[in-house]
Design a binder for this molecule. Structure first.
Ligand SMILES: [Zn+2]
Length: 313
């Protein structure tokens, strides 16, 4: 799980954000070739926002050892593949730069990129064959630190089955900074300290009203969203349970040996101020309600629940 910070290049900066629509089919991997201290994802974000020194260049994500910055929405193409204005690399691929600043942990940055690419492959149904190097498009020696281990890198991308992509919660305006966590259900459960085994997830799913949980991505997302919103409050115990009920009726108030209003089931009469010490439950009888009650000896009776005739205290 890595934080993705969306800080889109303003639409007015057409050299970095050409604005042409894209339906991504490929993912292109780059290295920044900038080993300077501090040349991390945040710095590259500033570089693009500040006009990239006048260059016509723009890509979608920069990944370092701590976080990911997103510079372009994924339905717009950038300029990063070096294969020309109508090149497939430029026009149809998501560009990802992996930082190699000397004060960063390159191995961790690569791991974060693996995570990000897996999310993108899932979300955009991009197959492993379509994750390619910058070199693939233009022959440039890029990503220079991964080319000699490209096969191994691709292998790491291949176990993406367990990942679930959680899209950002809201549309992000181009000049707004929004952070969200692209976390999976497993990450989420880990973050709140719960056992993230399938069995545990199944139990939570049941708690949150998801039937027949099989751990599918869709069910995981549903569960995650429900967990984020919080569990529906379980019905509070009715306040009358265990309380005393007493007649406030000036006449004789009937009570019954069955849940019934019938004369045949009348067990006796309560004078005003008399009652039963313990309400057990409330039951619907015909059109009205009765309290099921116990007397001091534990015998069960029924008496009207209408506040016209009784009070509960
Ligand atoms: Zn490159």
């Amino acid at each position: 799980m890595v934080n993705i910070i969306q800080k889109f290049i303003p639409e007015s900066q057409t050299n970095q954000r050409p604005g042409g629509k894209m339906n991504p089919e490929y993912i292109t991997v780059h290295n920044t070739a900038n080993t300077n201290k501090g040349a991390d994802a945040e710095m590259h974000s500033r570089y693009l926002l500040n006009g990239a020194g006048g260059r016509t260049v723009g890509w979608h994500f920069t990944v370092d050892d701590k976080e990911v910055y997103q510079h372009l929405p994924l339905n717009e193409h950038g300029w990063h593949a070096g294969d020309g204005g109508n090149g497939t690399g430029n026009r149809k691929s998501i560009g990802i730069e992996i930082c190699e600043n000397e004060d960063g942990d390159f191995g961790k940055a690569v791991s974060n990129a693996v995570w990000l690419i897996q999310q993108l492959m899932n979300e955009h149904t991009i197959s492993i064959e379509k994750v390619v190097t910058h070199k693939h498009w233009s022959g440039k020696n890029c990503p220079r630190r991964l080319l000699d281990q490209w096969t191994g890198f691709k292998k790491r991308l291949d176990n993406s089955k367990e990942n679930t992509y959680v899209p950002p919660k809201q549309e992000v305006k181009s000049d707004k900074v929004t952070t969200y966590k692209g976390d999976s259900i497993v990450d989420y459960l880990n973050s709140i300290g719960k056992n993230s085994s399938f069995k545990a997830r199944k139990k939570y799913a049941a708690d949150y009203g998801i039937k027949n949980y099989k751990g599918t991505a869709a069910q995981n997302i549903e569960l995650l969203n429900k967990m984020r919103k919080g569990k529906p409050a379980s019905k509070p115990k009715p306040t009358y349970i265990g309380k005393r009920v007493e007649s406030i009726h000036n006449g004789q108030l009937r009570f019954y040996n069955k849940a019934s209003w019938s004369d045949a089931h009348v067990a006796g009469y309560l004078k005003k101020g008399y009652g039963f010490p313990t309400i057990v439950s409330k039951v619907k009888v015909g059109k009205g309600y009765q309290y099921k009650v116990k007397n001091s000896k534990g015998a069960t009776y029924y008496v009207t629940a209408s506040s016209k005739y009784i009070k509960v205290e």
